[in-house]
Design a protein around this ligand. Structure first.
Ligand SMILES: O=C(O)CCC(=O)C(=O)O
Ligand SMILES: [Fe+2]
Length: 702
């Protein structure tokens, strides 16, 4: 149920015809919660409203503009660090969050209300913008407020840090911004917003116990536009939805009574703008201003002398303060069906959920909230979740050491999938694409595959390498030791598939793991992604058999490649990659200096699209002087049993590729040649042993 009246723009539709400050005591609604009151207008005074003269300057009055800070002394880095530490230091929290994360990836993969890997607002797209989650972290604006029940912050907008370390707006934020619309919709629809506080949040009520701590469900009570630093800047006020229980992020010394229970009923005075006739609450101590961005009098402060004309007040926007009434008023939130608030932590997926019948579905790919410690835990392992709550410490060699703080493990049954199911569960792939600049050759090879070779162009039309697609069919796949057998067997062995670290987050603090699961066999392959490797002598037979099949395809493709400058070297490595529903592998190349010029990959299970595009900086190959950078040159559909062979070092230098699976379960087994001569003595000795394929001559035809 919506509140009876809300402040600022929210109450703007109450078209009062009298420009009069209302200060009658507020009614008390619901459970003793005060709400602002609007006094009905007197019929007599409907006459022409008194319109004050508004200066026609479109810019904010001088006094509303930010003071010139260009001559202010610049704080030293050390001073800034001390200042920041002081700002961040706060009392100990009253309780602990039920859900938290130490990495942004952990938060975003676990929390459905906050999938924003960048920025602080998670908002659904057009046409129905709606804010679902808000992260408050880092520097705050002059009027950012956090109490144990109310949060006032900016609704997005572009900001830059000035010489004094202050976050200042550096451009106008319009009311059309998706975040403004998203908050306005959340306010009018009274939908819940999940609020998270980062450990760098300045002005927080307490020390945040984790990098990201979920504060709880909030409702949006006010959205309005200020003028800051000469620019329009939108603000939002949110209030905790559950006022019955004490907030965990209150000061530990504040006692068990929720803040709202200690507040006197308040009234937020409402005044009607004489220019636009819309009503707006007085939210600043310094006086009342119309907060309707479309009004000529927007953000202009007036005083009216008794019976005299109103005068514009020169108010320094930097020094504006909110009234206590604005901070202390509360709205009563009820869920649409009167039920309890939804749990903050999404429920654990279990076997009984009937998530899907296989256990590779989207929900299984997402993170879980550890029921023992509340840590948002990513699905790192192929067959289980392990709690992500780890302590990170540097050892005496300055190496990052991770020790588990919590040993919780969760599993959902995974059922082996048939080839037919994997294909049936694939969604429709996008259209294949082949630009005219790409050369195309086709033939059938002796093993029965229909082979299409795509020659990819370089700078001036010369071919830099080829992509061969070996199209399989039901007959080829059903051969003994063929793709169907490999797909079946690969699901029966534990490959040790894992999402491995691929990059640090923006602060270099915590790892980000890949969106797919992988395990390496044969010679060590640790170039893109750091990972363990198992030599072919210890690898499951299915991996060895598949690598032999890829050796056959590599030979056939290189033999048919007229642009080949180097012969086929064989393969000494096989990377097994597994994809759940909606997992993917983003743009990359396979062109490390230690790798041979041929890469071959066998696709198993669901359908996928593989795409090639010229790189932005293609190392001198800039097609048409870089004009074709990031243009999709080739996009092919890859089905169960198909083999893709890339040949030519130039292709890795000039192009990058990505893979988007369309099914709910897919594997790719990709073989490369790691050149022993490019390795150190120790690495070379290991690569020779680990990368030797048992009985090479028994290669399966492809
Ligand atoms: O998933 C695939 O088909 C290919 C994966 C790939 O490009 C790689 O492992 O480098
Ligand atoms: Fe690749």
């Amino acid at each position: 149920m919506p509140p009876k009246a809300k402040c600022a723009k929210l109450a703007g539709e109450a078209k009062l015809t009298e420009a009069k400050k209302v200060s009658t005591p507020g009614e008390v609604h619901g459970k003793g919660l005060p709400t602002p009151t609007i006094k009905e207008p007197s019929a007599k005074k409907v006459a022409t409203p008194k319109i004050p003269k508004i200066p026609e300057v479109p810019k904010a009055p001088r006094s509303l503009q930010a003071p010139d800070r260009s001559k202010a002394p610049t704080a030293s880095t050390a001073d800034k660090a001390v200042e920041k530490a002081l700002l961040l230091r706060g009392p100990r929290p009253y309780g602990q969050p039920v859900m938290w994360a130490d990495s942004r990836q952990g938060l975003c993969e676990t929390c459905p209300q906050f999938r924003a890997f960048q920025g602080g607002i998670y908002c659904s797209g057009a046409p129905n913008h709606l804010v679902h989650g808000l992260l408050v972290d880092g520097g705050s604006g002059p009027r950012d407020i956090m109490t144990e029940e109310v949060l006032v912050t900016r609704a997005g907008g572009s900001r830059a840090v000035d010489a004094n370390g202050q976050h200042q707006y550096n451009g106008n934020q319009t009311g059309d911004s998706r975040f403004v619309k998203g908050f306005q919709n959340a306010m009018t629809k009274m939908t819940l917003v999940l609020v998270i506080a980062g450990s760098n949040k300045q002005g927080a009520t307490c020390q945040m116990p984790h990098r990201y701590s979920v504060l709880g469900w909030f409702v949006t009570t006010d959205v309005w536009c200020e003028i800051e630093n000469g620019y329009t800047a939108w603000m939002v006020r949110l209030q905790k939805a559950d006022l019955k229980n004490k907030s965990w992020f209150a000061d530990a010394a504040s006692g068990p009574t929720p803040l709202s229970a200690t507040l006197e009923p308040v009234t937020v005075p409402i005044q009607i703008c004489r220019v636009c006739l819309k009503s707006t609450c007085q939210i600043y101590e310094q006086g009342w201003a119309c907060l309707d961005i479309g009004c000529e009098a927007h953000f202009k402060f007036f005083v009216s002398a008794d019976d005299g004309p109103e005068e514009q007040l020169h108010v320094d926007a930097q020094s504006l303060r909110f009234t206590q009434a604005f901070l202390n008023y509360r709205v009563q939130y009820n869920t649409p069906d009167g039920s309890e608030l939804p749990p903050i932590a999404p429920p654990l997926p279990t076997d009984e959920d009937k998530l899907g019948i296989h256990g590779f579905e989207q929900r299984c790919k997402e993170g879980i909230v550890c029921p023992e410690c509340g840590c948002c835990s990513r699905r790192i392992y192929w067959d289980r979740w392990e709690c992500d709550n780890v302590r990170r410490e540097k050892d005496e060699n300055n190496q990052l050491m991770m020790t588990k703080n919590c040993h919780y493990v969760h599993r959902v049954k995974q059922y082996p999938m048939s080839v037919a199911d994997a294909q049936r569960l694939s969604s429709k792939p996008p259209k294949a694409l082949c630009q005219p600049l790409v050369g195309v050759r086709e033939f059938y090879n002796h093993a029965g595959y229909h082979v299409t070779i795509y020659d990819l162009p370089g700078d001036s039309g010369e071919m830099v390498g080829s992509v061969s697609i070996f199209k399989s069919d039901a007959f080829i796949n059903a051969r003994s030791g063929g793709a169907n057998d490999i797909f079946g067997n690969i699901q029966l062995v534990d490959l040790g598939l894992k999402r491995n670290p691929c990059k640090k987050d923006s602060k270099g603090a915590y790892e980000v793991v890949t969106a797919h699961w992988s395990a390496n066999f044969g010679a060590d392959y640790k170039f893109h992604v750091k990972q363990e490797s198992i030599g072919f002598q210890h690898a499951p037979p299915v991996i060895v058999d598949a690598t032999k099949m890829l050796v056959g395809a590599g030979k056939a493709a290189v033999g048919a490649d007229s642009s080949a400058t180097a012969g086929f070297t064989g393969f000494n490595e096989c990377l097994a990659v597994g994809y759940f529903a909606n997992a993917h592998m983003g743009y990359h190349d396979d062109g490390e200096a230690q790798l041979g010029p041929t890469v071959a990959s066998l696709s198993l299970g669901g359908l996928a699209t593989m795409q090639w595009r010229p790189k932005k900086k293609s190392g001198g190959c800039g097609l048409k002087k870089g004009k074709l950078a990031y243009t999709d040159m080739l996009s092919v559909r890859i089905q169960h049993g198909d083999i893709m062979v890339m040949h030519g070092a130039g292709i890795q230098k000039c192009y990058e590729h990505k893979v988007d699976p369309h099914g709910s379960l897919r594997f790719a087994l990709t073989s490369r040649y790691i050149c022993p001569e490019a390795l150190s003595d120790d690495e070379r000795a290991a690569a020779i042993v680990d990368g030797a394929l048992p009985s090479e001559d028994a290669a399966i035809d492809a």
